[in-house]
Structure formats: C-alpha cells, structure tokens
Design a protein around this ligand. Structure first.
Ligand code: SF4
Ligand code: SF4
Length: 438
C-alpha cells in the first residue's frame, strides 16, 4: 500500500514503524474472512483491511480521531486472527496498538465512558481492589435485571449494557487467595531447572488453582518455581486500552524484578499460564525498543517468556494416569494461537497424557473475551460467545480446556460443561488432584 507520510512525520519512530507496516499491506482482503467482527457485521470498516485504511488516514493526516474511526477501532478485539491469515506478514498488532494510543491521547470520549475505562484500568490490574469489586458485583447482581435492555439487534454498547455485562461476569463466590509473591517452591528430587511463574491479576483472584496446578506439576518434574516479589500486572489490560504510559511503566517494573531474579537465582524461563499476558510480555522488547535503559533487558525478558504449554512440550512428563475416556474440547485462545503462534503443543500434551482431544469448529474465531472487550462491547462479545459455545457443544465434550482465564470465564458464562485450564488436566494426569469436572 502506498503511503504519504512527510519526512518530518517519518522522523518519529512510531510513524516510521507504521509506514513499514502499511507498506506491507497489499489490500488483498484475505484477512476479512477470518475477522470475527467482519464475519458478524459484514462491514468493510469492521474488517482488518478497513481498519488499516482508517488508521492510515488518521496517521497520514495527523488528525484527531473521529467518532467513526474510534467506533471501528473499539470494535476490534485485537484477536490477531488477521495476522495469522495475512500472506504479506502485516503486523496489524503494532499498528492497532498505535491507533489505540492515539485515540486515548487525542479523542475526548463521553465523560461516563472515560470514567468507566478509568475504573477498569485502575481496578483490574490490582488484585486486592479486584477482589473487593467482585464482592460488590456479587451484591449488585440481583439488580441487573432492573437495568433497561439494549435495543434488539443493536451492537452499540450503552452504559447499562456494560454494567450488566460486568455484573454477569462476576462469579458466585471467590476461592481463598493462592500462594504469595516471594514464595519459592523447591523441585522434588534432582533439580532440573528454575523458572519464574507470572502471578497474574484477575487470575490470582478468580482461579488461583491454575497457578497451583502449574506449581504442582513443575515441582513434581524437578523444576523449582519462584513467584517473584514486587512483580506487577504485565500491562496488557491498559496497553489494549491505549494507556501506554501505565502499560510501559508496568513493563519496566517487571523487567527490573525479573532481571534481578535471573541474576540472583538464575531463571530458565518466565512462565505464563494466561496467554493474553504472555503475548504482551513477549512483546516487551518491541514496546521498550526506544528506551535506552530498558531496550536490552526487555528483549532478554521477552526471550525468557514462555507459555506453560510451550515449556512443558520440551520436558518429559511422568506417565499419565488417564485412560482415554475423557473427551476434551480444546479452545484455542486467540492470544495463544494468533498472538504467540502456539497451536499444536497444548493439544499434543493433552492427547499424549491420555485425553481425547476434540478440535472445535471455527476455532480461529475469538470467544469475545479479549481483555475488557466483553465489558466494553458486550453485544458483540455476547454474539461471539454464543457462537463459540455452539461450536464447542457440537463436539459433545466432557470438559473444555483453555490456556487463558479470560476465555475460561467468557465461555463458562454460556455453558454448563466444565471449563478448566489445560495445566489442570496435565497436573491431574501426572499425579495431581482431580480438577472440578462436574
Ligand atoms: S491479508 Fe494482509 S495484505 Fe491482505 S488486506 Fe489483509 S492485512 Fe492487507
Ligand atoms: S485483530 Fe481480530 S477483530 Fe481486529 S481486525 Fe484483526 S481479526 Fe478483526
């Protein structure tokens, strides 16, 4: 695609990067077929190609984003299915990230929406606050049905539809907190490795059992696990909302503490059980590339970051206790399959460990979770969830496995089939406790 940036504009490293990305796009439109919002709405401006065009216009003209541009960029899930499909290697992720930052900086959203976004950006990365907010949401849930319903067929979110979505996502109760930051879990038997395990934000409140299963499995296989003190939210939530000041400061803080841990105790990997976080941590090197003090350590951290399934694929697991009588629908989280290009490892691990793995039809399509998307765009997120749940039901599974807490919560809201993390099944198969399957 031909671009028309001035030399002065190209002196900005972000614009230079955007120019490179835009020039790679040949406008073929292959990406439209796998874009969830285009599949649902059939509007070119809700497709990757349409959004790329809108971003190009906005950046070239150096204009403030219009309400129309914001609407179509906000509808993008950042699922990155378009990047998997694109034959020209267009890095849509870095382009849309840049557009979101510009929208956040230059566009005046209605005050109520600004307030809601600030609230989400403040509460979600802070586990203590998030825990309290879940209790409050639980109290408010009975009143959700008193809120006015959105117009039938409308995909435009309202304040009420967003509040309803928040209340609906709150669980009935919360488990007790899991292992504390600063804990070290020694390897059983001979030590074969040492890893840091990302503690996560929402996940440590909603499902501490996930990281507990990872710790059980890893230590059982001779891997020492450390929960690094002073680690923060990875920054994915605010990064996807365009608040790069917050996201980058969190990235720097994490680079500092992980680098210190690697120097003091040694780290073979930084493991992540929430693939949405993993995608962003693997991108720290890019995000901090212009930071003289952090670019090199951030690149080292990104190189150390691994999804738990990626790491386990490289070690020999103990013999499985499973007999091949449990049918697992594997839900491929977008951040894992499109963001990190990890497609085979989780399924191979499950089938090697005695589970019958079923591929879900239309597995390339997002479930609608996408960070805060299911709160900010509840109508589209709801349609995607219903479609995902119907596709999962078609393979008649006993259990659904996924590698991302956001997807787990989203899918669980639409089905009675139990939803667990892949690591819980692998832990069980190799000697750990049975996850809640019914
Ligand atoms: S598939 Fe790639 S090259 Fe083709 S329109 Fe989409 S982004 Fe551009
Ligand atoms: S990231 Fe997902 S929703 Fe956004 S344009 Fe690409 S395929 Fe469509």
């Amino acid at each position: 695609m031909k671009t028309e940036f001035s030399l002065a504009q190209l002196a900005d490293p972000d614009i230079k990067e955007a120019d490179k990305i835009l020039r790679a796009c040949v406008h073929c439109g292959f990406c439209t077929a796998t874009c969830p919002t285009y599949v649902l709405l059939g509007d070119e401006l809700d497709s990757p190609r349409g959004r790329i065009y809108l971003i190009k216009q906005m950046l070239e003209k150096d204009e403030k984003p219009t309400a129309e541009v914001v609407k179509h960029i906000d509808r993008c899930l950042s699922c990155l299915a378009c990047m998997t499909t694109c034959p020209s290697g267009v890095n849509y992720m870095h382009l849309v990230d840049q557009a979101r930052v510009r929208i956040e900086r230059d566009y005046a959203r209605p005050l109520i929406e600004q307030g809601l976004r600030m609230l989400l950006a403040w509460v979600l990365p802070r586990p203590d606050l998030f825990r309290y907010s879940m209790w409050l949401a639980r109290l408010g849930r009975p009143f959700a049905r008193l809120l006015p319903a959105p117009k039938p067929g409308s995909v435009n979110p309202t304040l009420f539809s967003r509040i309803k979505a928040m209340l609906a996502l709150a669980p009935g109760g919360l488990p007790p907190p899991g292992p504390q930051a600063g804990s070290v879990f020694p390897a059983q038997g001979n030590r074969r490795g040492r890893v840091a395990l990302l503690q996560g934000c929402a996940q440590q409140v909603l499902a501490p059992r996930i990281n507990q299963a990872a710790i059980n499995l890893l230590t059982r296989h001779g891997i020492e696990v450390v929960l690094v003190k002073d680690e923060q939210c990875c920054g994915a939530l605010t990064h996807h909302m365009g608040d790069d000041r917050d996201a980058l400061s969190r990235a720097r803080a994490n680079v500092t503490v992980w680098q210190r841990e690697a120097e003091q105790g040694g780290l073979d990997a930084i493991l992540v059980t929430t693939s949405g976080c993993g995608t962003v941590i693997k991108d720290y090197g890019y995000l901090l590339r212009e930071d003289r003090d952090y670019s090199a350590p951030a690149a080292q951290v990104s190189a150390l970051a691994k999804d738990i399934s990626e790491y386990l694929a490289g070690i020999a697991l103990l013999p499985s206790s499973q007999k091949g009588d449990i049918k697992v629908a594997y839900h491929a989280a977008c951040s894992l399959q499109h963001g990190q290009k990890i497609t085979g490892a989780p399924k191979e691990l499950l089938s090697k460990n005695g589970f019958v793995v079923k591929d879900v039809p239309e597995s390339h399509l997002c479930c609608g979770s996408a960070g805060t998307y299911n709160i900010l765009q509840p109508e589209l997120a709801g349609r995607l969830r219903d479609r995902k749940v119907a596709n999962i039901a078609s393979v008649e599974p006993d259990v659904i496995a996924a590698g991302n807490i956001g997807c787990m919560v989203q899918i669980a809201g639409g089905t009675s089939v139990p939803v667990v993390h892949t690591i819980e099944l692998l832990d069980w198969a190799t000697g750990g406790p049975r996850p809640a399957l019914n």
